[in-house]
Design a binder for this molecule. Structure first.
Ligand code: NI
Length: 185
């Protein structure tokens, strides 16, 4: 089942998401649905709040980055209750997009290296370091669990220039090829 994707203006994208317990009902099904939703929408990652659920989970398939970074060839991971332990390395600029911000792409500056602790879909704990494209996507998706959108990282001027576009999104005046949940009726 595909979820409609929540977009800018939806309060669920501004909430700090809640932790998941291993006993959480229907978790495997939610994970399956999130993959289906993400692939259908041509996303590289999807966080649960984008599927309307305020829970601490995101999925990432970074294999599209394998042209530049061959080690990403099989990068397909579920992150449950992730905690960013440390951000380090050089800050670098990457042109980001987000399924919840259709038709907007902006250069965002973030640190290169992220150490993250998380549980996978079998509730096995991991503590790993990522950089480059994977580190970038992880930071973007993690932000969603904190109620942060990539546009929050932009300068005041860039934000001002985007204001009417964002307002259009909130009122459903965008037509991505995937289904969205329009926040303001
Ligand atoms: Ni996003």
């Amino acid at each position: 089942m595909k979820y409609p994707i929540t977009v800018y203006g939806d309060p669920v994208l501004r909430k700090r998401a809640e932790k998941i317990t291993p006993e959480s009902e229907g978790l495997q099904e939610i994970i399956e649905n999130m993959w289906e939703t993400m692939y259908y929408a041509d996303g590289v990652g999807l966080a649960a709040p984008q599927a309307g659920m305020s829970i601490r989970m995101f999925v990432i398939d970074a294999s599209s980055g394998a042209d530049d970074e061959p080690e990403l060839k099989d990068f397909k991971k579920v992150f449950i209750n992730p905690e960013i332990i440390e951000l380090s390395g050089e800050e670098w600029i990457f042109n980001e997009g987000c399924l919840s911000l259709p038709e907007i792409r902006e250069d965002v500056t973030r640190p290169d290296v992220v150490r993250i602790k998380y549980f996978d879909e079998n509730f096995v704990e991991h503590n790993e370091v990522y950089k480059g494209f994977a580190g970038r996507v992880i930071q973007h998706e993690y932000d969603h669990l904190e109620g942060i959108l990539f546009t929050d990282h932009l300068s005041a001027l860039r934000k001002r220039l985007l204001k009417s576009k964002l307002n259009d999104i909130a009122h459903g005046k965008v037509q991505p090829h995937y289904k969205i949940k329009i926040p303001v009726k």
